[in-house]
Design a binder for this molecule. Structure first.
Ligand code: MG
Ligand code: MG
Length: 256
């Protein structure tokens, strides 16, 4: 069931989502060659708790860390590690979900580590563009399939593919609510978008083929099957009659 949020509730979700944006910016300051991903997780968790938030990934179905940190061919759900060091030219996606005063925000950003190759720059650029094209469709009266269609079209037009196994989702009262927000779809299909719906739109985009595999050892790490890089950007958005009200923000990362 899709739960609608009141205007007051949307404002409380915005507070949580903005803390996610600030956390991603704080973590981003430490994205450098030689840094182990577990260090980024430590910085993020401390920042979240110092600001009164709860890192919801930690302990979710046994996930061990506050943040999902996914390098290169890891699409999403990478587990931070003391022995995985960032290298010049990597991309690293940081995904963060925070509960603040009972409301939940979710956002992710893919950072470049040092200088990255033009082909990696293009993957990040197109994935972020796909996110905003999906968000543009988040208007009351549109349909859920319009969002996936916009994301898929843009990625495939640029020679990339979108993951099918994992999707965006409703968010706000809990980390995962109905509906699933797929990164593929057909215009004019799926549930009607209504004012008060709050969803996480999160394109997971592969440079090569769309096929992914999940680690048998940890049960979480999702990698591209062909070993090519992937990128992931995510915002929490409220649907209004006027269009998208993006509740999370990359402003803290990009306008520092
Ligand atoms: Mg997320
Ligand atoms: Mg999400």
């Amino acid at each position: 069931m899709i739960l609608l949020k009141t205007k007051e509730e949307v404002e409380l979700i915005r507070r949580a989502a903005l803390l996610v944006g600030k956390t991603l910016a704080e973590v981003g300051r430490y994205v450098k060659p030689g840094v182990p991903t577990a260090f980024l997780d430590k910085i993020g968790e401390q920042f979240i708790r110092d600001n009164g938030g709860i890192p919801l990934c930690k302990g979710f179905e046994g996930f061990p860390s506050a943040l999902c940190i996914s390098v290169n061919d890891v699409v999403v759900h990478g587990i931070p590690s003391e022995t995985l060091f960032l290298n010049e030219g990597d991309n690293v996606s940081v995904d963060c979900v925070i509960e603040l005063d009972g409301y939940v925000g979710d956002s992710a950003y893919t950072f470049a580590v040092g200088e990255i190759k033009p082909e990696m720059q293009r993957l990040l650029k197109v994935t972020k563009e796909a996110l905003y094209l999906g968000l543009d469709r988040c208007k009351a009266g549109n349909r859920l399939g319009d969002i996936g269609h916009a994301v898929q079209q843009h990625c495939e037009k640029n020679g990339y593919s979108v993951v099918r196994e994992l999707c965006g989702h409703g968010v706000g009262f809990k980390m995962h609510e109905d509906p699933n927000v797929c990164n593929y779809g057909v215009n004019g299909t799926g549930p009607l978008l209504k004012e008060g719906m709050v969803i996480a739109v999160e394109p997971m985009v592969c440079m090569g083929s769309k096929n992914v595999k999940f680690s048998k050892e940890d049960g979480w790490t999702c990698r591209t099957k062909d070993g090519k890089p992937a990128a992931h950007f995510e915002h929490t958005v409220a649907i209004t009659a006027q269009g998208p009200d993006i509740l999370s923000s990359f402003e803290f990362i990009e306008n520092k």
